[in-house]
Design a protein around this ligand. Structure first.
Ligand code: CA
Length: 244
């Protein structure tokens, strides 16, 4: 069963492009390939895809620049393939408008799970009701500024509420420390990571079943945090997922 019509894979390494296309063949009816940023833009204009998988190491344009230009053309989800230890560039592409990333070498089930989470997320947006956000059994009433889990009110502080609202309204997206800091405190300078870590810890104590092994707000080490639309099935759960 296909989720969507078309996924575009922009990757210059034909071997990796082939692996990605194979992994996604049940997720989209057509998985199209482009070997450079220029080919990618041409493919988008020819037929707009439902999602883009983007390699950061393209021969003709840097990752953050590709992302910025893609965002001028399309609002569809962008899942980036990044190099291990490439946190700095990962943060740059997320800030430039990418939705999520997978680190190479990646496992096919993780890639598929991330891509399908983004597709679910963009479908949620189409039936989006602005007043109530639900993530699993977590419910945020944006009008009343009240968060409940399984019907129980969570008693969040204003900072925790703003943090959870930013994460939940972007559920499925990885938000960088900078994006979260901006959403909660605006343009305040400070140690964003340290500040966030403290408040995330407090927030997890209130919303997670096991705060030391969070399934709602997960850490992306060196990059930021993501609110999961629904927790990974156990078999897909990456072993190295940090709890910090
Ligand atoms: Ca490459």
């Amino acid at each position: 069963m296909s989720f969507v019509d078309s996924i575009l894979v922009i990757e210059d390494d034909p071997r990796i492009a082939g692996i990605v296309a194979d992994a996604l063949h049940e997720t989209a009816r057509w998985v199209r390939r482009a070997g450079s940023a220029a080919e990618g833009f041409a493919a988008i204009r020819e037929m707009p895809p439902d999602l883009i998988v983007l390699d950061l190491g393209l021969p003709d344009l840097s990752g953050p620049n590709v992302c910025r230009k893609l965002r001028e053309e399309t609002r569809v989800p962008i899942v980036v393939l990044t190099a291990r230890h490439g946190e700095r560039e990962t943060v740059q592409v997320l800030n430039a408008g990418a939705d999520d990333y997978v680190t190479k070498p990646f496992s096919a089930p993780v890639l598929v799970a991330r891509v399908q989470a983004q597709l679910r997320r963009s479908q949620l947006y189409q039936s989006y009701t602005p007043d109530i956000i639900r993530v699993g059994d977590l419910e945020l009433d944006l009008g009343r500024r009240v968060a409940t889990r399984a019907g129980r009110e969570l008693g969040l502080t204003p900072v925790e509420w703003n943090l959870l609202r930013a994460l939940a309204t972007n559920a499925g997206r990885t938000l960088t420390h900078q994006q979260l800091f901006h959403a909660v405190w605006g343009n305040v300078f400070g140690d964003a990571q340290q500040n966030l870590r403290v408040h995330i810890t407090h927030l997890r104590r209130k919303i997670e079943t096991v705060p030391a092994a969070p399934t709602i707000i997960v850490t992306e080490p060196g990059v930021g945090y993501r609110c999961e639309i629904d927790p990974y099935p156990a078999m897909y759960r990456p072993a190295d997922r940090s709890v910090g």
